[in-house]
Design a binder for this molecule. Structure first.
Ligand code: ZN
Length: 415
């Protein structure tokens, strides 16, 4: 049934001239095209827009893009300061990376981004504008936030707050179409629902954003919420970049974005943007793309490995020996599958042999068990002895971190 709040939200979008439905149809049509046709579209967009790269060169074709200089966050800030284009919509983030980013968008630009979002949501039977239950680290009670929630048909919960139990109880009674939120908060909500024997709300899907999620955690959430669990990969600058199909492939979904590897960094170009130029923009995340036969959603390219800030990605065992931090997440995923357990974690490296790990809740077999397991695995795979001190925390807020589950405290020059 179409609710009044849904109509209000869609009217609000229409009033702003955002044409979400139109752009969603454009996205659908574009994804029916071949790779060659999409490349042709990219080439045409560049030809028409004549965007400039970081050093001011005009990029009028895919050929120009191939040799264009990359753009850093600092470069984007300078570009924005110099630009006379101050009209339109603003999106701002204080930045989990510590670097604030300010994004300006015209109606058509914001419309496209929302069209992509609507396209992704439809895959799960949701229309953008239907009621959203959002699990967020802080609940903003200001009037502005309340009006925003009303217009965007959204309700917010914080399972990590002092009255988290009460908030999660309220969540079980929600009539929202879907739940959207941080992985750590979704896990906390699921844990509380399981512990209290509460029935989950009836929702079409659970969308996880901002944090890395393990497969074992996804299975757990799907079981407790009795709904499909979907991972979203997005950024303030581009909104949704990749979204999971029902088979858990993280497909690239915005047809105007080009994702490439340049000098070991992941860079993204948005061929459609004019109010700011995103030409080979260094996104700061590490991701590996592979081609996938699945045509369930978006393009054929899927994100295979996604890590947070690239500076954090290596575990150093000595001056010369290192391994990728994702090995830790694989080990823990394996551990959780093996012992049928689910917990959140964050590992910090303090020096070559010493690590501290925070978990919540305590693993069923105890904190020494997981510590021994990791130590033995590192010994077996890398022939190195490490020490891992495990601390159990009840404060779920401690484990909310966009940069993921690994923090590197050793001098970054090793990276
Ligand atoms: Zn797929």
């Amino acid at each position: 049934m179409v609710s009044f709040r849904f109509l209000l939200t869609r009217s609000f979008f229409a009033l702003l001239g955002l044409r979400v439905g139109y752009w969603r149809q454009v996205v659908e049509e574009l994804w029916r095209k071949s790779d060659e046709e999409i490349m042709q579209l990219h080439d045409t967009c560049l030809q028409e827009g004549m965007p400039r790269s970081a050093n001011g060169q005009i990029v009028a074709s895919l050929g120009d893009l191939k040799v264009a200089q990359t753009l850093t966050k600092e470069g984007l800030r300078q570009q924005s300061n110099n630009s006379s284009h101050k009209k339109g919509f603003g999106r701002h983030t204080s930045g989990s990376t510590g670097e604030p980013t300010s994004v300006r968008l015209t109606k058509a630009e914001l419309g496209r981004l929302l069209g992509v979002r609507d396209y992704c949501f439809r895959h799960y039977g949701i229309k953008l504008g239907e009621r959203e239950a959002r699990l967020w680290g802080r609940v903003d009670d200001s009037l502005k936030a309340r009006i925003g929630d009303l217009l965007l048909n959204r309700e917010t919960y914080n399972p990590g707050a002092a009255d988290g139990v009460r908030q999660v109880k309220r969540l079980t009674e929600t009539r929202a179409a879907y739940i959207y939120g941080y992985v750590s908060l979704l896990l906390e909500a699921a844990r509380l629902m399981e512990a209290n024997g509460w029935r989950p709300p009836k929702v079409s899907c659970i969308i996880c954003t901002a944090e890395k999620i393990l497969e074992s955690q996804k299975r757990y959430l799907a079981r407790i919420f009795n709904a499909p669990v979907v991972e979203e990969y997005g950024a303030t600058e581009f909104d949704i970049i990749a979204f999971e199909c029902k088979d858990w492939h993280l497909h690239l979904v915005n047809p105007w974005l080009i994702v490439e590897w340049v000098n070991g960094q992941c860079v993204i170009t948005d061929v459609s943007r004019r109010s700011q130029y995103f030409i080979r923009y260094v996104i700061g995340d590490t991701l590996r793309l592979t081609r996938c036969a699945c045509d369930g959603l978006g393009g054929r390219f899927v994100v295979e490995e996604l890590e947070g800030r690239s500076a954090n990605r290596f575990v150093h065992l000595s001056e010369s020996k290192k391994f990728h931090a994702s090995e830790f997440s694989q080990m823990i995923n394996q551990y959780q599958n093996e012992y049928g357990d689910v917990f959140r974690f964050q590992i910090e490296q303090n020096d070559y042999t010493s690590f501290s790990m925070t978990v919540s809740p305590c693993p069923r077999k105890g904190q020494h068990h997981i510590s021994d397991y990791l130590r033995e695995n590192v010994k077996k795979k890398h022939n190195a002895n490490i020490d891992i001190k495990v601390t159990v925390t009840a404060d779920s807020g401690l484990l909310i971190n966009k940069s993921g589950y690994f923090i590197q405290n050793i001098d970054q020059q090793h990276d």
